[in-house]
Design a protein around this ligand. Sequence first.
Ligand SMILES: Cc1cc2nc3c(=O)[nH]c(=O)nc-3n(C[C@H](O)[C@H](O)[C@H](O)COP(=O)(O)O)c2cc1C
Length: 254
Amino acid sequence: MRICIYYFSGTGNTEYVARKLQQGFQERSEFCDVLPLEEITLGRAKFSEGSYDLVGLGFPVHALDAPQIFRDFIELLPFCRQDYFLFKTAGDRFLWGGSSYAIRLKLANRGWKLKHEAFYRMPSNVFTRVNSNKIALRAAQAGEAAKKAVDEILAGEKKLLPSNAVMRLANGFNRFESTGCKHGSGDWFADEKCSKCGLCVVKCPTGNISFQDGGLHFADKCIFCLRCRWNCPASAIHHRKLELFLLKERFTLP
Ligand SMILES: Cc1cc2nc3c(=O)[nH]c(=O)nc-3n(C[C@H](O)[C@H](O)[C@H](O)COP(=O)(O)O)c2cc1C
């Protein structure tokens, strides 16, 4: 079987799970590519229709549903007969939003057939404090769960996540997040520690960061994935309004 996993990951959790899934498929002698989906949303690659028997789509939960970039990506997918599986990572056992109902519906309208859906609890990249034991444990559990998902997918077991009226209603909260991201986009700034290395400019998945007048400029396309802040070697990137909710130190997955 030829498989390709497209994922979005701001701070590495979803990428970690995507790689574990890839490893699982490869261990079962299946061909599996992995691609960050911004390669497609930024126009650097095209979705290759008909090249894969199965496509995996993964994202981190943002405010109980998918971040805007994932929804933009869905809009770029072709109308075709394509088998796929969905997976999401989230930091909270209760606030992960249930099944990706709206996404499933959109893809079904494009002719895509959902074969499997899974949720992986990973360390939260907001609010909480970093605890290295917990991070290692969550990563190990997600690795095991990914192996199990690979077995289920290859065995043709159709497992879907629960979706009820409360969860669907809660998903709606995500719209406020998208609006909030846009409004708070320009509130990011780099302090005097910024060495102007340009890593954030290169890494931003929406092309939101640029150099202007000798300093960093944050436009209005931030999706709050935190990748700029997470990867800044000088820890120079801050948010004027939401600094309190952001982790002071980033964690490293095993
Ligand atoms: C803006 C934002 C909103 C988030 N909202 C939720 C949420 O509603 N529920 C939850 O369980 N985790 C939430 N999280 C935590 C992430 O979903 C979790 O840490 C995820 O694994 C990060 O994946 P990534 O490293 O691939 O970006 C949020 C994180 C961010 C940055």
